[in-house]
Design a protein around this ligand. Structure first.
Ligand SMILES: NC(=O)c1ccc[n+]([C@@H]2O[C@H](COP(=O)([O-])OP(=O)(O)OC[C@H]3O[C@@H](n4cnc5c(N)ncnc54)[C@H](OP(=O)(O)O)[C@@H]3O)[C@@H](O)[C@H]2O)c1
Length: 142
């Protein structure tokens, strides 16, 4: 997996994945941020990765890690949905599945992105865009 964004959601996701690694043994091999640079380890990054120089472009970032799954969790841009829409398209063009918690691409480009995912034969998942912190029914009833 590769993470685009490593803020509240990215860090929490990395911790959760680490805690549940016996069930979900999927390494995060690369992380790209806006100001903190990029981190890369083909064997898997820890929960406190060391960041170095940023990849020049998202295409270069994806080329290096060649992830199967891209998690798009960069800052919401409610005006245009960018650059997250372009990030998702770059992932589809590399035949990577995409999961996003970013509402921008769904609000501005859902229909197009869904079709592009279908053409690329990859999954496009976005359930986390809406109320993901709210306990589900099974958790409430427990
Ligand atoms: N927080 C929540 O509870 C929640 C719940 C549901 C959905 N969401 C959505 O999930 C997304 C992430 O939320 P968050 O709270 O984790 O945000 P955040 O703490 O502000 O983190 C955003 C991350 O995105 C990176 N970033 C911003 N622009 C970028 C770019 N152009 N290229 C690469 N990286 C970029 C930032 O880099 P730097 O670290 O260098 O600044 C940072 O690591 C948002 O779209 C938000 O609306 C959040």
């Amino acid at each position: 997996m590769a993470l685009l964004g490593h803020g509240n959601v990215g860090k929490a996701f990395a911790r959760l994945l680490r805690n549940k690694r016996s069930i979900y043994p999927f390494p995060i091999v690369e992380i790209h941020t806006a100001k903190h640079g990029s981190a890369f380890n083909p064997k898997g990054l820890g929960v406190e990765p060391k960041f170095g120089d940023p990849a020049a472009t998202v295409a270069e970032f994806l080329e290096r890690a060649q992830p199967s799954v891209v998690i798009e969790i960069t800052t919401l841009n409610p005006e245009s949905g960018e650059p997250a829409i372009s990030h998702i398209r770059a992932a589809f063009s590399r035949k990577a599945h995409v999961i996003t918690a970013n509402k921008g691409p769904i609000a501005h480009a859902y229909a197009e992105l869904r079709e592009e995912a279908q053409r690329a034969s990859v999954e496009f998942r976005f359930e986390s865009t809406v109320m993901d912190g709210t306990p589900g029914r099974s958790q409430r009833d427990a």
